[in-house]
Design a protein around this ligand. Structure first.
Ligand code: HEM
Length: 395
């Protein structure tokens, strides 16, 4: 074994509470390292992570993008037809989902989302001190996302626990995963029911997937599983994207002042928060062949852990990478991945964040942290449980 061997455990509670504290060690150890605890390889530098994401023929997703190797063990639920597949199947499913999740349909919704975000901030601001996770980061996606998909109204409280569990499922069977699995049994059943055609409203993205099936682009069974992808990936991610954005400004008040002075920086600020915040920390790939690297040979069938969040703060790529700086052009970050699996819902995430940010900009002069943010440990997401802030109303 010629690769640097590390005893670091990227899924233990200390690591997950502050992953950025460990990323230097991972990046500095080498371009490819060996993680002894899990018998797997890892990459944490930007160039290698991006190259592996791009090379889907070598670093495949069809054997799972978590630690479990689907060639050796059954996935905990039927595999995703997007995230956990390779071409040619992925070409077909992604092609039809790209048509459903179109930017045009989102643009039409933007004025409605802006009005809803304005109303939410107006409600919240009256409270003075708030937990921004519950009051904004969870509340806003739950006001717009279910309607976008066309979900029934009852049971929406299951969406976040379901996402949490699915993202925990990419890690090892540790205490965090066991606990969230135990807590999410009802949520799992609710999601399975909600993906059925009879439970989706007409006009929503969910029903549009079934309409693709009617046209012969996929089978009705595939449609059901494709709708599940929206529900799995579309909520806990954006919740933490918005939470991280507010957290970034609460911690960097001069950046909030900068944005207020020049609101045209809003889109840059969102991109920078996605780079800096590291919502999705990691995803795995499996090698489809022996891969020769500078450090040696990675054998076929190896699991490789890609540290997206470490790549997004790699000093080889970014100047002063730990600084949240809204003037920076953070374009090209791998917070939404890269290549054929790059996030299908990235425009949903950006537009939700933009609606909230613009509403805050219009109504809030200052965002102060009023307590220590509390983390919610997750095997994949860098999640916040609580973010105490006070919002100073404008005018
Ligand atoms: C801040 C919010 C979000 C972040 C940080 C995020 C991040 C990511 C990342 C890193 C990937 C790549 C996975 C890989 O390469 O294996 C991905 C894929 C995906 N995302 Fe997102 N995501 C977000 C929001 C959303 C939303 C709102 C939706 C649904 C509307 C969504 C649906 C998906 C789907 C279906 C895939 C799989 C795509 C494929 O394999 O072709 N995501 N996301």
């Amino acid at each position: 074994m010629s690769f640097p061997s590390l005893t670091i455990d990227p899924f233990d509670e200390e690591f997950l509470s502050d992953p950025f504290a460990y990323h230097d060690e991972l990046r500095e150890a080498g371009a490819v390292v060996w993680l002894k605890k899990y018998d797997c390889y890892a990459m944490a530098r930007f160039a290698e992570v991006q190259a592996a994401l791009k090379d889907w023929q070598t670093y495949i997703s069809g054997r799972g993008v978590g630690l479990a190797d689907f060639a050796r063990e059954e996935p905990w639920r039927p595999a995703s037809l997007l995230l956990e597949t390779d071409p040619p199947l992925h070409d077909r499913t992604r092609g039809l989902m790209n048509k459903v999740a179109s930017l045009a349909s989102l643009r039409a919704l933007m004025p409605v989302w802006r009005t809803k975000a304005d109303a939410l901030v107006a409600e919240v601001i009256l409270k003075g001190e708030i937990d921004a996770v519950e009051a904004l980061a969870e509340a806003f996606p739950l006001r717009v996302f279910p309607e976008l998909i066309g979900l029934r109204e009852e049971g929406l409280e299951h969406l976040i626990p379901y996402g949490t569990t699915a993202f925990n499922g990419f890690g090892p069977r540790n205490r965090i995963l066991e606990q969230s699995m135990a807590d999410a049994q009802e949520a799992i059943a609710w999601v399975a029911e909600s993906c059925k055609r009879e439970n989706l409203k007409s006009g929503g993205w969910g029903m549009q997937v079934y309409e693709s099936a009617d046209r012969g682009d996929c089978s009705p069974e595939e449609a059901e599983r494709l709708v599940r992808s929206f529900l799995t990936a579309g909520v806990d991610t954006t919740v933490n994207g918005i939470a991280n954005l507010i957290h970034a400004f609460a911690e960097n008040r001069e950046e909030w002042a900068k944005l207020r002075a020049d609101p045209s920086l809003a889109k840059r600020a969102i991109e920078e928060s996605l780079r800096w915040g590291g919502v999705v920390q990691t995803f795995f790939r499996t090698t489809s062949r022996d891969v020769a690297t500078d450090g040696g040979m990675i054998p076929e069938g190896s699991k490789v852990l890609l540290f997206l969040a470490a790549a997004n703060r790699d000093p080889r790529k970014w100047e002063d990478p730990d600084r949240f700086d809204i003037s920076r052009n953070a374009g090209g970050h791998v917070g939404f991945g890269f290549g054929i699996h790059q996030c299908l819902g990235q425009m949903v995430a950006r537009l939700e964040a933009e609606a909230v940010l613009c509403a805050l900009l219009a109504q809030v002069t200052e965002i102060h942290a009023t307590g220590t943010p509390q983390r919610r440990l997750n095997n994949t997401l860098y999640a916040l449980a609580e973010l105490p802030v006070s919002l100073t109303p404008a005018g």
